[in-house]
Design a protein around this ligand. Sequence first.
Ligand code: B12
Ligand code: SF4
Length: 598
Amino acid sequence: MFSRADLVFLHAPSVYDFRKHSILYGPVSDLVPSTPVFEMYPIGFTTMAEYLERHGHRVRIANLAVRMLNDEKFDPEALVKRLNPVAFGIDLHWMPHAHGALAVAEMVKKHHPDTPIIFGGFSSTYFHEELIRYPFVDYVIRGDSAEEPIRQLMDYLTGAAKAPAIVDIPNLTWKDKAGEVRVNPHTYRPDTLDNVMLDYRYVVRAAVRDMDMSNYVPFKDWTDYPIMAALSCRGCTQACVICGGSGAAFKKMHGREKPAFRDPEMLAADVRRISKMSAGPVFILGDLRQPGRDYAKRFFAAMKGFNEPVITELFSPASREFLEDMARALPNFTLEVSLESHDPVVRHAFGKHYGNEPMERTLQDALDVGAKRLDVFFMSGLPQQTAQSVLQTVEYCEELIKRFGKDGRVAPFISPLAPFLDPGSRGYEEPEVHGYKLFARTLEEHRRLLVAPSWKYVLNYETKWMDRHQLVDATYAAGKRLNQIKAAYGLVPQEQAAATDQRINWAVGLIKEIDRLMVTTTHDEFEREMARLRPQIERANMSTVCDKRELNVDVSGPKLNYGQVAHMIVQDAAQTVSRALTAPFRRPAPAAVPAETE
Ligand code: B12
Ligand code: SF4
C-alpha cells in the first residue's frame, strides 16, 4: 500500500539499471554502510519529510535503490507508474548518483509528464544551471538547508493559502513558461541547526501508514545493523582538500561562512531518543569540539549516565581531559579518526596540519580512558602521495596495531578516494594547485563516467604522483597487505580474511582482463565479453578491500526495539490529536483521492 502523498521522495541507485550493467565498481563504498549502488538516501529526506508533515504536507519516501538491490524482481517503473503525488523529489546529493538520479527523473517524466520534478542536494546545488536544462527537471532547490524552501514550493504547488509567488521562493532554480532559466537568490541559510528535527519516528510512522518498511530502509543490511546518525552541525570547520563538505566548499556552494550547530542539549535529546529505537549505535556526526569547549561540556553533561553504544569522531588530536569527559558521559563509545596517511607531508597537503606523535598520544589516551574501539582511517589518491607511500601507510598500520592493538581495540582501514573528487572541494576547484588532473567537469561528463566498465575509468581524477592505473594497483596492494596484517594479529577471523583476500585477487584479475578487452576487442565483442564476466564481476563487487562488517560495533540482543517504537508512535498520535483539538486553525488537507496501491 502506498497512501496518497503530496510529495514522494525517490532515491535512485548510482547507476540505473545497475542490474543490467557489467561494471566492476571496486572499493568505492567499502567504508560506508552502503554497497556500490549507494543505496543510502540523504538524512535530509527525513528532516524535510518531518518538516513538511509538521506543516501539513504528506510525504513518502521510496528508496528505489534499496528495493532494486533487495529484490531482483522489483520493478521501479511499475511502482512509479502507480504513484500520483503533487510532485516528486529526487536527490542528486552525492555525485555518484549522477547517472541513476537523472535516469529515474526521465522515467518518472515519461509516466507523469505533468507532475513537477524537484531536485536537491549538494551536487544539484553545484550543477543547478546544467541540471535545470534537462527537460525532465522542473525545479532545483539549492543549498544545505532545503526544509523551508521546499515547504514554500510545496505550498505553491498545492495552491495553499498564503503560498508565496514562485519568484519569492528562496534558493530556487526554475524555468519560466518561455523555458528561460530563473535563479532566485540564495537567501535561506539558517545560522543554527535547531529548526529541524532529526526524527526517525517520522520514518516509522510513514512505514506503518504505508504498511511497508521496504521503501524506507536506508541501506541493504540496516535491519541487521541498525546504525543511526545524530547531527551536531551543518558544514565543517576543516579544510580537507578533497572534501565537498569542507568549510571552503560550503562557502562556495551554500554561501555559508561558518557551520550551523545544533544546540548541545537538543543533540543530547536526539541521541537518547534515537537510541531507544534500536540496539544499533548512534553515530554523532561532527567533532564535538568544533563549536568550542563549552559545547562539548554541555553535551556531555546532558548525556551523563548514557550507556548505549555511540560512535564519535575527532578531526584532530584531542586532550586527555576531553577524552576523560567523553568516557564519563558516554562510557560505551567508539572513536573514529582519519589520519589519511602515515606521512605528515601528505597529511599536510590534504589539509590537516598535525604530526603523528600527538595523534598517537590521543589514541593511547582514548584506550586508557576506555574507548570500546578506535577506528583509524587512511586513504589513497591524495596530493603528494606515491604508490610507495600508500604501502608505507600500511606498514604504519602494522606499527599501530603492534603498539596499541593488542586487545583488538585499534582497527585501521584504508580505502581510495573514489569514485569522485568532490565538486566544490579545493582539489576540484583548483586541480593544478593540488596536483590533480580531472577527467570530468560537467554533470553530463560525470554521468557518462559512471557507466565505464571498471572503477579505474569511473574515477574523475588522477594525481601528479599516481595515474589511475597506479592508484588502482596501489589500493589493491594496500588492501591485500592490510588484510594479511589484520589476520596475523587476530583482528579479523582467518576465514573472513581469506574471503577478503580472495575477493581482492578476483578484482585484480578482472581489472586486468577488462583492460585487455578494452584494447583487443571490437565494441560488440567487448559487450559480449563483459556480459560473460558478469557473475564474476558481481562476486567481486561487494566489500572489496575489507569486509564491511569489520566496521560494525558489537550489538547484542534484538536489533530494533519494536515495543518502544510502538509506544513512541502511540504517544505521538495522542499528542497530534490533542494538538488538533486545541489548534485554532489548520491548513485543510489536499482533496481526498483514492489511495495508491503499490
Ligand atoms: C554524514 C555524511 C555521510 C553519511 C551518510 C549520511 C546520509 N545518509 O545522508 C555516510 C557516512 C554514510 C556518508 C556516505 C557517503 N558520503 Co557523505 N557526508 C556526510 C557529511 C559528513 C554530513 C552530511 C550531513 O550531515 N547532512 C545533514 C542532513 C540533514 O542534510 P542532507 O542530508 O545534506 O540534506 C539536505 C540538503 O543536502 C538538501 N537535500 C538533499 N537531498 C535532497 C533532495 C531534494 C529533492 C531536495 C529538495 C533537497 C535535498 O536538503 C536537505 C535538507 O536540508 C557530509 C560532509 C558535510 N560536512 O556536510 C558528507 C558528504 C555529503 N558525503 C559525501 C560523499 C562523497 C559520500 C559517499 C559517496 C562516499 C563514498 N564514496 O562512500 C557516500 C555515499 C553513501 C550513499 N549514498 O550510499 C560528499 C558529497 C560530495 C558530492 N557532491 O558528491 C560530502 C559533501 C563530503 C564527503 N566527501 O564526505 N556520508
Ligand atoms: S573530510 Fe574534512 S572537511 Fe570534510 S567533513 Fe570530514 S573533516 Fe570536514
